[in-house]
Design a protein around this ligand. Structure first.
Ligand code: NAI
Ligand code: MG
Length: 354
């Protein structure tokens, strides 16, 4: 088993260190770790945010554990040298088209949610967002119009693109509560009409999954009115970007939530993927030991589950995190005073007791 570890910038290395402590404690047999530079640190050391050797290391591994990229010192660089280009480059070079973002309420932390506690407690959903298509990747440009300069972006999805993300979502639903909500805007968008028809065609292959459809505006409203109704949500890149952030915010701190980006490539043990916290490099708190490592540790749990086929270890980590969160040891983002390292150590103690 090979894991490429790419800690990146800012709090990336700080939270990744705690995830690696947890990984170490699992003492997995035949595990090899490779560590590479990515983001601003890679630009400073190698002249590029995604050096060829880092990309090769990621390709050769069974999974990538990613911290975060982003460095204010690099903000004035031309776009292709910005740290953030590294994560976009990894996703497209590695064919990672399915972004999985679980959002679940943590017992004892309901008061962090902007929702009423009884609603926050009921959140246990997974957003499956398509990552390689949609309006973000269509032709775009500027042209003259009667109303002055006009920007335009081409939005499209073909059936093959919808099919592969829908398969990922149906399979994810089969492993959960077997309910899939496909989110689109089929009442006005041709892209969404093809999306919906294609998802419906596939449904026959998954008779055990209950499928429904929702327009994106209604989905945004339902997410705050009754989030407990959702199990798996599948949607395109644009709608998924917005809804996954919204779903995360319903749970509480950004320091708690993990994500997986998966493609079609399988490894000896599961699906190749890249795993990262949903947060960025947080330059405002970097180097101060204030970062919450929970998102990074939960990203490791997702890695073990999806890429290495180690469900039992993943469950153990998730239980240790939940136990640690309901104890008194919390970081500043949760109103506590524990440091990054203290939170990691507390999770380790719980892990060893499970
Ligand atoms: P951010 O997620 O880095 O930070 C937003 C706020 O949340 C900050 O106040 C930060 O202190 C806090 N925060 C984030 N993670 C935390 C944690 N683990 N524990 C406690 N508090 C935490 O987003 P921001 O500030 O918009 O972006 C900073 C940099 O990160 C930018 O360069 C941005 O482009 C980059 N970024 C990178 C991502 C990635 O690597 N995938 C994703 C999002 C942003
Ligand atoms: Mg976003």
């Amino acid at each position: 088993m090979k894991i490429a570890v790419l800690p990146g910038d800012g709090i990336g290395p700080e939270v990744t260190r705690e995830a690696l402590k947890v990984l170490d404690a699992l003492a997995l047999p035949q595990l090899t770790l490779f560590e590479g530079d990515v983001g601003g640190i890679a630009y400073k050391r190698h002249g590029h945010p995604l050096p060829a050797e880092t990309l090769e290391m990621a390709r050769a591994a069974d999974a990538v554990l990613f911290g975060a990229v982003g460095d204010p010192e690099c903000d004035t660089l031309p776009r292709e040298y910005r740290p953030e280009q590294a994560i976009l480059g990894l996703r497209s070079e590695l064919g990672l088209f399915a972004n999985l973002r679980p959002a679940a309420g943590f017992p004892g932390l309901e008061d962090l949610s902007p929702l009423k506690p009884e609603l926050a407690r009921g959140i246990d959903l997974l957003v499956v967002r398509e990552l390689n298509g949609d309006v973000y990747f269509g032709d775009k440009g500027e042209r003259d119009s009667a109303g002055g300069r006009e920007g335009w972006d081409d939005m499209s999805y073909n059936e093959a693109e919808v099919r592969r993300i829908a398969h990922s979502a149906f399979r994810a639903a089969q492993k959960r509560r077997k309910k899939l909500t496909s989110v689109d805007k089929a009442n006005v968008l041709e892209t969404s009409r093809i999306w919906r028809e294609t998802v419906i065609e596939l449904a026959g292959e998954y008779p055990d999954v209950e499928l429904d459809h929702m327009y994106v505006d209604n989905a945004a409203m339902q997410l705050v009115r009754s989030p407990g109704q959702f199990d798996v949500i599948v949607t395109g890149n644009l709608f998924g970007d917005i809804l996954s952030d919204q779903a995360s915010a319903c749970v509480g701190s950004i320091g708690l939530l993990a994500s997986a980006s998966l493609g079609e490539r399988t490894t000896e043990f599961g699906t190749f993927g890249l795993y990262e916290p949903i947060h960025g490099s947080a330059p405002d708190i970097a180097g101060q030991g204030k970062a919450n490592p929970v998102a990074a540790i939960l990203s490791l749990a997702m890695l073990l589950r999806h890429s290495l086929g180690r469900d039992a270890d993943a469950n153990r980590i998730e239980r240790a995190v939940a136990a640690s969160l309901s104890s008194e040891i919390r970081g500043a983002d949760l109103g506590g005073s524990a440091s990054t390292q203290e939170i990691g150590d507390a999770i380790l103690r719980h892990l060893q007791a499970i």
